[in-house]
Ligand binder design. Structure first.
Ligand code: SAM
Length: 156
């Protein structure tokens, strides 16, 4: 089951997108985009060519839509991300649980091209080795960022 809504802070969002190397050639998909914190930053601050946020909760989608209406390169999809083709993404962002990340491995490996990056907030993808790993101090909390690159032999 996917994680409940808990937004990534602006500080961590910036670090996630920077570590994943998001730029004007990036197509970014946020699986479970909540109120749109990541999609807004990817489009506005990193100039990604296309940004798609997928969110199952209608209310959160409305908020994300309102925040991104003026940004031409953002699409918010009100759906279960299991049902959305993510194959055009070259960067996928996640803030889900470890067990959900484990469940998503089949979709990520099955749909993403080699070289695509997956950047996860706090929770690792079990069995995968991150290419980048950072622990950020924010107040009293440590926030983890993990980046993975899809390869020809990324395990399921
Ligand atoms: C921890 S929040 C992260 C929100 C946002 N990505 C961020 O980092 O600020 C996880 C979000 O995933 C959504 N979610 C969980 N499972 C989902 C699914 N199967 N399809 C679409 N959205 C899902 C939840 O409703 C929630 O808004």
């Amino acid at each position: 089951m996917g994680a409940p809504f808990y937004p990534t802070s602006a500080f961590v969002v910036e670090k996630m997108l920077a570590l994943a190397g998001v730029n004007s050639e990036s197509v970014v998909y946020d699986l479970g985009c909540g109120d749109g914190a990541i999609v807004v930053a990817a489009a506005r601050n990193y100039n990604a060519t296309k940004v798609v946020g997928i969110e199952q909760k209608q209310k959160l989608c409305s908020i994300a839509l309102r925040k991104t209406r003026h940004l031409g390169n953002v699409t918010i999809v009100n759906a279960n991300y299991d049902d959305v083709d993510i194959s055009e993404a070259n960067v996928v962002t996640l803030y889900q649980s470890s067990s959900e990340n484990a469940r998503l491995k089949r979709k990520l490996v099955g749909e993403l091209r080699e070289g695509s990056k997956v950047v996860s907030h706090d929770f690792g993808i079990p069995g995968w080795r991150p290419t980048e790993f950072r622990v950020l101090k924010e107040g009293h909390h440590n926030q983890r960022i993990l980046v993975y690159v899809i390869g020809s032999n990324t395990p399921l």
